[in-house]
Design a protein around this ligand. Sequence first.
Ligand code: KIV
Ligand code: NA
Length: 278
Amino acid sequence: RKRLTITKLAEMKKQGQPISVLTAYDYPSAKLSEEAGVDVILVGDSLGNVVLGYDTTIPVTVEDIIYHTRAVARGAQNTFIVADMPFMSYGASRKKTLQNAAKIMQLGLAQAVKLEGGETIAKDVKALVDAGIPVMGHIGLTPQAVHQIGGYKVQGKDDADIKRLVKDAVALEKAGAFSIVIELVTEKAVNEMKKKITIPIIGIGAGRNCDGQVLVYHDVLQYSSPYFAKKFVKTYANLANDIKEAIGQYVMDVKERVFPAEEHTFEPIPTVAPPKQQ
Ligand code: KIV
Ligand code: NA
């Protein structure tokens, strides 16, 4: 199959075809996602949480994103790859914003970048787009601002907040963003945004009316320990259980000398007896 383009994504929205987005962070997660038919892979800075074990996405660096995106790019050569710009790698200085995005594209081999924020970063979005870098926006709950927001709270609960979200979405579209991720917002807020913008809205915890959905790989597969259930996530496997069981079995087999068996052995001596246990 061919790698999607931002033009094709716009077309999919126009034709009412839902867009499936999933995060990936390395070669196997990218390759499996591509083989399973994911439309867009996001190398999210959620890798800080689910791969690197941080409490928030704030410690993630441009170098972390590049390292993981490069592995994803090798695994998913026919899938559109968006990479997150991490905390404070954009917005403070226009020049740094452009340099960091360029590094992510050139060294990470992503096709687009994503950054968090609405009206306040619209000028940076425009500068990136003017430089030829496709930008995905991200509004609603923006995890890089978790300490500012005061927790992982649902956004767009009252009319004033919905108005703010709609303004942010409009500003991003005007600045040239090709799509917007909307995280943890009410369905009402999404409906109001849809009246005002035409670019595809990719939701996470944003209800049923978005043009596409995005989830975190480790959430979909329950690939973490402990696994925290989230209301907006649907899980399709329980890898943590499977992995723990499998590893436990391996450890037991080694301890009980069940593994390696004759079939795993080169030129085995058939009569060798296991050493006596004390
Ligand atoms: O980092 C991430 O995985 C994201 C998605 C949750 C949208 O930004
Ligand atoms: Na992110």
